[in-house]
Design a protein around this ligand. Structure first.
Ligand code: PEP
Ligand code: MG
Length: 892
């Protein structure tokens, strides 16, 4: 027979914490606290299975539930010496929700059930406090009406305010019993008027009304949204806990409060919390009275003149400290507790693992490990890798008010404020005049790079998570919101419009690249700081991880950041990005637009020393670590000149007319640039380009060897490969150049040549390509694009709907689509290993910094992941967690 109801109280319980799925978090923890012998008001929990039954059976209950609830009410009555519904000695109860996963404030609660016109008198007599009894009764009517009867609480608030006005009173506490009695009469009349029937007086009707409302609240819009945002399945259901009421508002030796066993903001080992004397739980939340500190130390630190619990009720305080310590040891984690003191007796109402900032999470995990409470592996497992973002970038103060005018994709984390500019040049000018700026563009392209450098953050109205703006901003560690489609930009007028508000150049705007929010004006920020615990935890993570973590970096600045964050090499140096800066783009355009080999060679001659110089710097920074250099992969639309000024500039540099150059640029324009003349196709058509690049690489390696004595081992990588024969042509050129440089310089540089697997065909033919390719790196940005036929640049405008409607659980450009794209990766892995069992396999798409995708890479046994520099710590931790997950038995 199914058991629907589990009781707890008086040092024992039918349930325990491992019945969380059945009893919900709150019910399971109350049972556990009762089992520990802690003072918990007795009660019972109706299981989540009843919730499932309720929704599967037209909102009805299992037939046995009624008698099980009656028996449980008798059980509580036996422990409290009271009787539910008794006119002389009434038992009053609360009814609360409690799902498996905590959903704070999303579902309903009703307190003081069992009060009516008769029992309120008994409560007054027994407590000796008539005011308290009638105040409780009116609170009950308000709450019950709001939650169960659908009579909005503002009706009652208005009546109360009106009453206070007439009587010349300001605070609720100034109302006497007689006032509450009068208001209760008016409240009940309001219920009758609104519903056509009186406020229910029968305690059992009240109880079942509240139980039904709590089960009903599982499907309220707030709860549904919360579940969607936190991946909580709808079929889990909520449990309902019915518990004997204890009152914190019974006078000056009564109180109610909340506390954490450690400081949830800093992680410091100190009891942290607040309480209110003579109050009920909702008064603390309502913020009408200023709560008091629990410990004397906290009171002194806060400079508060209100007595602490430690001095007001020292006996209660001592017991609370004992209880808090016991709970933390028992749960082996920081606890968030609710308690009530009724006439000098402490009652624990709830405990759960406390929410905390990332900074606190790190400190708590490290402290607890050092105190022997948890193992290192547990400490590693407890930190959400994605939450490390909070530490690495400025963040908006979570308590700050904000006016969000638009939302886009959270393309590069961190928050930034500054004056709006609409062009890269303006960004540079204002920045050099000492201003902070936000660069606002429809989309960005290589010629915006200087402006992106100058800006605090970048906002675009088009483009997805792997668009130019997103990728470049992440590399630079700058905040970026991309694809904010609700914003209109008028470059000519220098105006952008969002939510009907017009913003001019120079107006202050804030963007939050962690959430995608675009906010009017400036908002208070919290600056990042890296604690000692961060380094300790990272070191522990490095101790257990199997996969290497490299960075996608090409500029010296990015490479330095990558190294500082613990990158073990460069997994992707996008050489075309090295040409974004300054005058270089003109030479690159010259090379692209040249109409014969001689023209190209003359442009290449200008680029060779620049490339060589860049590689020397990069090799020196990455000293001792591998560097994977990808040969040129310029999607043409990102590199062709657009404006007349840009065309004139290149024409002048090439010594040809602007008209001729315009024609050549027009001829090169493509309908589908992402599927066009890019990747290794450029190397096949114009091998002199990769010859120049290979020469720059090897000459740089020779130079570093001569300067430092250090032998660098470049890994040369061909992009967007589709066939073995194509790869072989490229490899032959690289090999020939390596040989030539060795002969010219007398220095032999060890190197490898590998391929990027970023087309489905390359995955399928991986076995064959691996005959000559010495390593593979999965370019999952393009592989996602080509596997799904989803344009990286355009998908931003519609992909959100695919996620909202559940077609995909996540944006496939952020978290790898394991079933589709993932299978292509797996095929590539299996087939390449068959040919070359020890082949080095990595991933360098944006997925290389995404924890869920990293777990997938671990499953496939990849050698390393490579991601943007600021994500390196996240990847280190995620790789460690993935390795622990694979380990059958975790050990300390
Ligand atoms: C990729 O396609 O995954 C990749 C890393 O290359 P890019 O983003 O430069 O196309
Ligand atoms: Mg690619």
């Amino acid at each position: 027979m199914v058991k629907w109801v589990y009781t707890f109280g008086d040092g024992r319980a039918e349930g325990a914490r491992d019945l969380r799925d059945l009893l919900g978090g709150k019910g399971a923890n109350l049972a556990e606290m009762a089992n520990l012998g802690l003072p918990v008001p007795p009660g019972f929990t109706i299981t989540t299975e009843v919730c499932t039954f309720f929704y599967e059976n037209g909102k009805s209950y299992p037939p046995e539930l009624g008698s099980e609830v009656e028996a449980a009410l008798d059980y509580i009555g036996g422990l409290t010496g009271r009787v539910f519904g008794d006119p002389e000695n009434p038992l009053l109860v609360s009814v609360r929700s409690g799902a498996r996963a905590s959903m704070p404030g999303m579902m309903d609660t009703v307190l003081n059930i069992g009060l009516n016109d008769v029992t309120v008198e008994a409560l007054a007599k027994r407590s000796g406090d008539e005011r308290f009894a009638y105040d409780s009764y009116r609170r009950f009517i308000q709450m019950y009406c709001d939650v169960v009867l659908g009579v909005d609480h503002h009706h009652f608030e208005e009546m109360l305010e009106h009453y206070k006005e007439i009587k010349g009173l300001t605070l609720d506490t100034e109302l006497a019993a007689e006032d509450w009695k009068r208001l209760i009469i008016a409240f009940k009349a309001k219920v009758l008027e609104a519903r056509g029937e009186p406020f229910p007086q029968a305690p059992r009707e009240q109880l079942w009304g509240a139980i039904g409302a709590v089960f009903g609240s599982w499907q309220n819009p707030r709860a549904i949204t919360y579940r969607r945002l936190h991946d909580i399945p709808a079929n889990w259901g909520t449990a309902v806990t019915v518990q004997a009421m204890v009152f914190g508002n019974m006078g000056e030796t009564s109180a109610t409060g909340v506390a954490f066993t450690r400081n949830p903001a800093t992680g410091a080992k100190e009891l942290f919390g607040e309480f209110l004397l003579n109050a009920q739980g909702e008064d603390v939340v309502a913020g009408i009275r200023t709560p008091q500190n629990i410990t004397e130390a906290a009171r002194l630190a806060a400079g508060s003149d209100k007595a602490s619990l430690e001095t007001t009720l020292p006996g209660v305080f001592a017991e609370f400290v004992r209880t808090a310590n016991l709970l933390e040891k028992h749960y082996r984690d920081m606890q968030d507790m609710e308690f009530t003191v009724e006439n000098g007796k402490l009652w624990m109402l709830q405990t759960r693992n406390g929410k905390r900032t990332t900074k606190a999470a790190l400190r708590i995990a490290v402290d607890m490990t050092q105190d022997g409470l948890i193992s290192r592996d547990e400490a590693i497992a407890r930190i959400d890798p994605a939450s490390l973002e909070q530490l690495l970038h400025p963040a908006i103060d979570p308590y700050a008010e904000r006016n969000v005018v638009a939302t886009g994709l959270p393309a590069s984390p961190g928050a930034a404020s500054g004056a709006i500019v609409f062009s890269a040049d303006e960004a540079e000018q204002l920045k050099s005049a000492g201003h902070k700026v936000i660069l606002v563009r429809i989309e960005t392209s290589p010629e915006d790079i200087h402006g992106m450098h100058a800006a605090e953050g970048i906002l675009t109205t088009r483009g997805g998570m792997t668009s130019h703006a997103a990728v470049v901003a992440r590399g630079m560690g700058k905040a970026c919101v991309s694809g904010a489609g609700g914003i209109r930009i008028d470059y000519a007028k220098g105006v952008m419009t969002a939510s009907g508000v017009a913003f001019n150049k120079g107006d202050i705007l804030t963007i939050d690249g962690t959430t995608g929010q675009v906010i009017e004006g400036s908002v208070k920020m919290l600056q990042p700081e890296l604690s000692g615990e961060f380094a300790t935890l990272m070191q522990w993570a490095d101790g257990v991880r199997r996969m290497g973590v490299r960075a996608n970096a090409e500029t010296p600045q990015d490479a330095r950041v990558a190294r500082k964050f613990g990158a073990e090499g460069i997994g992707l140096c996008r050489t075309e990005h090295m040409f974004f800066e300054g005058d270089r783009i003109i030479a690159v355009r010259e090379m692209i637009l040249a109409d014969d080999e001689a023209g190209r060679r003359s442009a290449l001659a200008k680029l060779l020393p620049i490339q060589r110089g860049d590689f020397i710097e990069l090799f020196e920074i990455m000293f001792g670590l591998p560097v994977t250099i990808r040969l040129l992969d310029p999607p043409l639309h990102e590199f062709l000149p657009h404006s007349q000024a840009e065309i004139d500039e290149v024409a002048q540099s090439m010594g040809v007319s602007s008209e001729k150059l315009s024609r050549r640029a027009a001829a090169l324009r493509e309908v589908n640039p992402m599927l066009g003349f890019r990747g290794s196709r450029i190397a096949i058509a114009y091998p002199e380009i990769i010859e120049m690049q290979a020469r720059a690489i090897f000459e740089a390696a020779v130079a570093v060897k001569k300067i430092t004595g250090e032998l660098v081992q470049p890994e040369v990588m061909a992009p967007l490969i589709i066939a073995k024969a194509e790869f072989d042509l490229i490899k032959a050129r690289v090999d020939a150049t390596a040989k030539a440089v060795a002969i010219e310089t007398g220095v032999v540089i060890p190197y490898t040549v590998g391929a990027m697997i970023e087309t489905p065909r390359a995955s399928l033919r991986a076995g064959e390509i691996a005959e000559t390719a010495e390593f593979f790196s999965f370019g999952t940005n393009d592989l996602t694009q080509t596997c799904m036929a989803l344009s990286r640049d355009d998908a931003g405008s519609f992909l959100g709907r695919y996620v909202a409607r559940g077609v995909f659980a996540a944006d496939p450009f952020v978290t790898i689509d394991q079933e589709g794209v993932g299978e292509l990766v797996e095929i590539g892995v299996l087939r390449s290993r068959k040919t070359r069992p020890d082949i080095k396999l990595g991933i360098c798409g944006e997925h290389g910094g995404d924890p869920a995708s990293i777990a997938f890479c671990e499953k496939l046994g990849l050698s390393y992941v490579s991601c943007s520099p600021f994500r390196v710590p996240i990847a280190r931790l995620a790789a460690a967690q993935a390795a622990l997950h694979r380990k059958p038995e975790s050990q300390a």
